[in-house]
Ligand binder design. Structure first.
Ligand code: HEC
Ligand code: HEC
Length: 332
């Protein structure tokens, strides 16, 4: 009986979160992330480390985006509600302490949400240092992740902001540039797949025309890090590789031809650090970059020709070098 009642409580909570979600659908999509502005660089770095730890260690189970039926644990925002928002006077220090207590020793006694244990089973014990849990706790305490549209509107932005902060840390330019490239690729890929699903390949071409460039650009512009995709056989003339980029493209193509491992390159150019990474095709790409009229269907092809009269980016096979990421970073 007790179980039934706690279930209802949890469902009411879920419902109330959903209704806020609905009422916020008109919120400004371009709103910039509002993390409490940390006073010092050190505090900023702590938050960035907290975000990275949270993303790579906690969101697998506490994902902010899983629909209710796929959940294996409550979303982190809901946990924040229980620990902080509904507990108005809890100080940052006390929240850190309670998180350390629970993560070091997840059990019913240390739990503040027994209904979550009933519903999902106890959280497994994981090994984190107190310093790491403190960083995670500080991020949760100071971020706005309890806002219902946080994931949709802020998550990608958060990723880039915190990467920018980590720049001063231990990452090499090669690793840092790769993270920028992979984050951008994830955003682009997600948008592309969604567009193909909703509008078909033909419709997605038009989408790429206006968007592919914008997303990459806006991520680069806001953050003083320039991110672009270029090619020796560009579809969009704006993505034409320059001499240095061509050198990297040709040497990578040669390595691929000889079945050698490709490797990124980092160079200092005009006091900036510039990193290059290969972009390789897979089957999915061929519906827009493969053999005209067979892999690229006629309707798609005519759309491409209309938007890109000088298109050179067809005739590719699988696992070929389509182009490269070029990431230009300020020096640390
Ligand atoms: C393997 C899945 C998994 C991972 C990874 C995971 N959790 Fe959990 N967590 C759960 C489950 C399931 C619950 C709900 C049951 C419970 O409260 O123990 C939970 C509950 C919690 C709670 C509420 C505890 C309570 O009952 O008061 C906190 C706080 C929490 N997790 C923090 C974290 C943090 C921080 C991380 C990352 C360092 C993390 N979790 C990673 C599965 C996970
Ligand atoms: C729905 C059609 C479509 C699919 C699928 C697609 N692309 Fe493209 N691709 C385009 C369009 C359109 C452009 C031009 C975008 C622009 O104007 O910047 C483009 C541009 C590019 C560029 C920038 C250089 C250039 O030629 O302008 C690269 C690199 C690229 N695509 C790689 C890929 C890879 C790799 C895949 C598969 C993972 C892929 N594309 C899948 C349509 C597509």
């Amino acid at each position: 009986m007790k179980k039934a009642i706690t279930f209802i409580k949890l469902n009411v909570l879920i419902l109330s979160i959903f209704s806020t979600l609905l009422s916020c659908k008109n919120a400004n999509k371009n709103e910039v992330s509002k993390i409490k502005v940390p006073k010092t660089k050190k505090e900023q770095l702590t938050l960035s480390k907290g975000f990275q730890l949270l993303e790579s260690n906690c969101f697998a189970c506490h994902s902010p985006k899983n629909p209710i039926e796929d959940r294996i644990a409550p979303p982190m925002a809901m946990i924040k509600d229980f620990y902080i928002t509904n507990n108005k006077n809890i100080s940052e220090e006390d929240f850190i302490k309670s998180l350390i207590t629970f993560i070091n020793n997840p059990n019913e006694e240390n739990s503040k949400i027994p209904e979550a244990i009933e519903r999902y089973g106890l959280m497994p014990k994981m090994n984190f240092t107190e310093e790491q849990i403190t960083q995670i706790a500080k991020y949760i305490y100071n971020s706005k992740l309890e806002q219902p549209n946080w994931y949709k509107n802020h998550f990608h932005n958060e990723k880039f902001i915190h990467l920018e902060n980590l720049k001063n840390e231990d990452l090499s330019y090669k690793e840092l540039g790769l993270k920028y490239a992979m984050n951008t690729k994830a955003v682009l890929g997600k948008n592309l797949i969604a567009a193909i699903k909703n509008k078909g390949t033909e419709g997605a071409v038009a989408f790429c025309n206006t968007r592919a460039f914008n997303i990459v650009d806006s991520a680069g512009v806001t953050l003083n890090t320039k991110i672009k995709r270029v090619s020796d056989l560009p579809r969009n003339l704006a993505n034409t590789a320059n001499k240095t980029e061509l050198d990297y493209i040709y040497s990578t193509k040669k390595a691929m031809k000889n079945n050698k491992k490709t490797s990124p390159l980092v160079q200092e150019i005009d006091k900036k650090m510039v990193a290059y990474y290969p972009i390789v095709t897979n089957t999915m790409c061929l519906q827009c970059h493969g053999v005209p009229n067979t892999q690229i269907l006629p309707a798609t092809l005519s759309k491409i020709k209309e938007l890109y009269p000088t298109d050179k980016a067809t005739g590719y096979g699988e696992n070929e070098l389509r182009g490269i990421w070029v990431i230009e970073m300020d020096k640390k």
